[in-house]
Ligand binder design. Structure first.
Ligand code: I22
Ligand code: G3H
Length: 943
């Protein structure tokens, strides 16, 4: 018969001193239980360190837990608890068997850091007990002085306890006493005692490892003492065990014990631990063979187990040589060996022997966790050349001041000094965790999409300005239309031609109009809503509201209007999420879901990035922080033109980044100006005010852009590259850039969440619109300086004809300036092409950066920077008479007048801020007008 299984005949139970996930899942433990008759399992921090730290068994689980946001210690606990649960389940039939004899247990040790902490031990013991949630788990508690009351308390609370790290007889007695006290407390409270099990783990081999060298040395000195010492070599551990067993018999007999036993209590058995032989001179089975005896347990490491299976000769030997054992122990004081001191030393070392592997395990887990977190997000490659050292130093300084922690704690002083401003910062940081909140809203949104499709809708039009509509624009371009989604258009201009274009392109009665306005007071989306609502009323009468959905903040005026108009649905967003930071809220996700995108995956990516940015605890590298610090430091060095280079499918990401970065940072005369869609021009045309950012896709070569970037890098320009896996990574990128924007604002010491200068243009427009309402038309505010070929030029730059005006206007350009084309025109591919040529020409000839935006879109985006940022812009405003205007129902003005009022209002604001402006107004076809302007510029700038 298998010697291991035979041990049971002597009423000893063999437990396995080992656990690792593979033996749980591959049937190995189950086999050991049946074939070797194993009756329990013990674990300790060193065992888990080998299992988890020394194998890849747990890597997938670690990755998943890390990606759920758990820290290293929490990951350890989860893994350990899972393994212990699994082992408990395998042992459960034995535990439940009528003859279980107190076996069928799996032990889980409290953290070795709690070794001298009674309360901490009790709390963690209870936590583990509930986490494992199996009756056959034993919580391991060290037999330190602080552990003793914890044992008492845990037993009293009905927790099975394995008392570990016992090295001496005095302490053993105290341990047994703690057990009895715990049981007595229960009895006094009328609580059951049955199936409360405990073992007292007496550590053996370590006693000999410590004492043998001393004894051998004494033995070598000869004489009577030497002989005594020689007789004790290799005997102290076994003698201690034998003595302990005699004590056990005493303790668990007699009237005190019988009273408890009568109520169902089981004795706290002695468990022989540390039973792997460490001394090559000894028989490897020494701490097994000699200690077989009734009502005991031996927990055996795997190697010893194998040896015993192969050559064990079980016999009950525990009570053999009891007198000799007592004599060995009694001989020690004369040799100068105090066993109480020895036990204390072993206890102290034992604590260390658990603390060290535990710390090592946590370090391994932290590394694996960090790796998993990093792997969940695509890295940004920063090639910063001469700025690298300063950026690295700034990142280190931010880390040293625990910036990431303060950031997640919404610490306003990271940005601004003023207490009110700090409060305002805090109140707009809801975007930090909005992705998590939105995970809970996914079913609601998907159900809504289902209803909309079931109701027969065939198209979606999202209408809003700036942050409220920019995310759907990016999604629409980055993702092909989805089979399970609805085609989507986005309206974010008051241009009558664009409004009409959308109206003509969509099946009106079957179109769902999403009016998106955080404040619910922005003039443009309200006008769009009113316009299409009136059109829908003509088609559907009182049922017009069925085709309308609102996304707005709770309590906004628009909620009242949408309710009154019977909107199909009102999604209430979050007041603490600002417009440009709202990509991952209802503003971005409702349109995305209607378009058929997997919003759960987009959110998962964002949450991965949140984690990488430290949302769930410390991270070695915070990608948002690193990018933000780099952009902030570069801006401080005059490299404040963040030039975006992207493949065609991501060109609208540039628009999103523009509104985020320019509106957040462009204030107090500072700021970072993102430049989207600049034509690629010769390397020498770029000034030293640039940083280039490429956002593209892994595995999708983009040769022209890549070569251009390589040449720019070689010319000493700083470059950032981000390669997404696919468009679903946009969720993560939105979040990365939001953090980076907030961080760069901290570098620049500004509040990223206000937009003080946007209001200036809005106010000027409102005043003009008042005049329109009163007088029926826009007031003529200034006279053109030149009128030529149906084109009017308005500017403070002097000139007697168009050429001179252009010459003097562009002649103001200095290094570090930029041209900003503001086109209040209808966007068409042909016009885009002309405008790009203007930009290319200016870049080549003047070596300044160029931006181009359609009004009023840019007013809700870079418009803040234009007025609030540094005075480096040359503003070329393009306007037109709208040949085919569109009335706004219920209002005494048209879309065209509205758009022109916005242009005039902004021009006024720019002039109030003393910006260099040139307005060019085309009476005829604007595309032809721009083409003519381009040819004039060719002449002017060539000279
Ligand atoms: O469960 C226990 C004791 O209850 C065991 O796991 C105990 O911790 C181990 O036997 C010892 O730590 C092993 O010690 P050693 O063989 O490394 O000296
Ligand atoms: O970026 C936001 C725009 O200014 C629009 O604001 P809103 O969402 O309150 O309408």
């Amino acid at each position: 018969m298998n010697p291991l299984a035979s041990v049971r005949q002597f009423n000893q139970s063999i437990w396995l001193d080992y656990i690792r996930r593979n033996i749980l899942v591959n049937g190995e433990l189950a086999r050991l239980l049946t074939e070797d008759g194993l009756r329990g399992v013990t674990s300790n921090p060193a065992i888990f360190e080998k299992a988890i730290g020394g194998s890849a068994d747990y890597d997938a689980a670690i990755q998943a837990l890390a990606q759920q946001g758990l820290g290293a210690e929490a990951i350890y606990e989860q893994l350990a608890v899972q393994d212990v649960q699994h082992a408990c389940d395998l042992l459960r039939p034995l535990y439940d068997a009528p003859d279980s004899g107190g076996d069928g247990y799996v032990s889980l040790e409290v953290s070795p850091t709690l070794i001298h902490d009674t309360e901490g031990t009790v709390a963690e013991g209870l936590r583990f007990w509930h986490a494992v949630a199996r009756p056959n788990v034993m919580i391991k508690v060290p037999a330190t002085l602080e552990g003793l009351p914890a044992i008492h308390q845990l037993i009293a609370q009905g927790v099975n306890v394995n008392v570990t790290l016992i090295f001496g007889l005095e302490r053993y007695q105290a341990v047994a006493e703690a057990y009895l006290l715990g049981l007595e407390d229960r009895a006094a409270a009328g609580l059951p005692l049955a199936r409360i099990d405990s073992v007292a783990s007496f550590f053996l081999s370590r006693i000999d490892v410590l004492l043998d060298p001393q004894l051998e040395q004494l033995a070598q000195q000869g004489g009577e003492q030497g002989a005594t010492a020689a007789a004790a070599v290799g005997e102290v551990a076994l003698a201690s065990a034998k003595q302990a067993y005699q004590l056990y018999k005493d303790i668990f007999s007699g009237s005190r014990w019988e009273a408890l036993r009568a109520q169902g209590a089981a004795p706290q058995r002695l468990l022989w631990a540390s039973t792997g032989n460490k001394n090559p001179k000894y028989d490897n089975l020494k701490y097994v063979e000699h200690l077989i005896g009734p009502e005991t347990v031996n927990t055996i490491p795997v190697e010893t187990l194998d040896l015993y299976r192969a050559g064990g000769q079980p016999q009950s030997r525990l009570e053999e040589g009891t007198a000799e054992a007592a004599a060995v122990l009694a001989s020690l004081p004369a040799l100068g060996i105090d066993l109480t001191q020895v036990a204390q030393q072993l206890e102290d070392e034992g604590g260390q022997k658990f603390k060290e592997p535990f710390a090592k395990l946590l370090a391994v887990l932290e590394a694996k966790r960090q790796q998993a977190v990093d792997a969940a997000v695509v890295p940004a490659e920063l090639h910063l050349g001469q700025y690298q050292a300063e950026v690295d130093a700034s990142v280190a300084a931010f880390d040293a001041q625990n910036f990431t922690t303060g950031f997640w704690n919404k610490q306003g002083d990271l940005w601004v000094e003023d207490a009110t401003a700090q409060q305002s910062v805090r109140s707009f940081m809801g975007w930090l965790r909005v992705a998590e909140t939105m995970v809970g809203a996914v079913p609601e949104i998907e159900q809504f999409v289902h209803e909309v499709k079931a109701a027969g809708f065939k198209h979606v039009v999202v209408m809003g300005m700036g942050g409220s509509s920019m995310t759907p624009i990016v999604f629409k371009q980055a993702f092909a239309s989805q089979a399970n989604g609805l085609p989507m258009s986005v309206l974010d201009t008051t241009n009558p031609g664009s409004v009409r274009e959308i109206e003509e392109a969509v099946p009106l009665a079957e179109t769902l109009f999403v009016v998106a306005s955080k404040s619910g007071t922005t003039a443009e989306p309200l006008a769009f809503g009113d316009y299409f609502y009136a059109r829908m009323k003509e088609l559907k009468g009182e049922r017009a509201g069925e085709n309308f959905v609102a996304i707005t903040d709770p309590g906004s005026k628009f909620v009242t209007q949408a309710t009154a108009e019977g909107y199909r649905r009102i999604f209430l967003n979050f007041p603490e999420v600002g417009g440009r930071f709202s990509a991952l809220s209802y503003f971005g996700l409702v349109p995305a879901a209607l378009y058929g995108l997997p919003i759960d995956e987009i959110l998962a990516g964002a949450i991965g990035m949140m984690r990488a940015c430290g949302a769930y605890g410390p991270v070695a590298h915070n990608p948002g922080l690193e990018l933000g610090v780099a952009l902030g430091v570069l801006a401080q060095h005059g490299r404040d033109k963040l030039t975006l280079v992207v493949p065609d499918s991501l060109s609208d990401l540039g628009l999103w980044l523009e509104q985020l970065i320019a509106e957040s940072t462009g204030k107090e005369g500072k700021g970072i100006l993102p430049l989207a869609g600049e034509p690629l021009t010769s390397i020498s045309s770029y000034g030293t005010d640039r940083v280039f950012v490429y956002v593209g896709y892994q595995g999708q070569p983009d040769a022209v852009n890549e070569q251009h970037l390589a040449a720019l890098e070689a010319a000493g320009h700083p470059i950032v590259r981000i390669l997404m896996n696919d468009a679903r990574d946009l969720g993560a990128e939105f979040f990365r850039w939001e953090v980076a924007t907030a961080v760069s604002s901290a570098v620049l010491r500004i509040n990223p969440f206000d937009q003080p200068n946007v209001q200036a243009a809005k106010t000027a427009t409102d005043q003009l619109m008042k005049v329109v309402v009163e007088q029926g038309q826009l007031p003529q505010t200034s006279q053109p300086i030149v009128q030529e070929n149906g084109t009017d030029y308005y500017t403070a730059a002097p000139g007697r004809n168009a050429e001179e005006v252009l010459k003097s206007f562009f002649g103001q350009a200095n290094a570090g300036d930029f041209l900003c084309i503001q086109a209040y025109l209808m966007e068409t591919p042909a016009l885009n092409e002309e405008l790009q040529q203007v930009r290319a020409l200016v870049q080549e000839q003047l070596h300044i950066a160029t931006a181009s935006g359609y009004g009023p879109r840019f007013l809700h985006s870079t418009g803040q920077y234009h007025k609030g940022g540094p005075d480096t812009g040359l503003y070329l405003q393009l306007t037109t008479d709208h040949a085919q205007d569109l009335p706004l129902p219920g209002r005494p003005y048209t879309f065209g007048t509205f758009q022109n009022a916005q242009a005039a209002g902004d021009l006024q604001a720019l002039q109030d801020y003393k910006r260099r402006t040139l307005r060019v107004h085309f009476s005829g076809n604007p595309t032809q007008g721009v083409a003519a302007l381009l040819s004039q510029l060719r002449t002017v700038l060539a000279k």
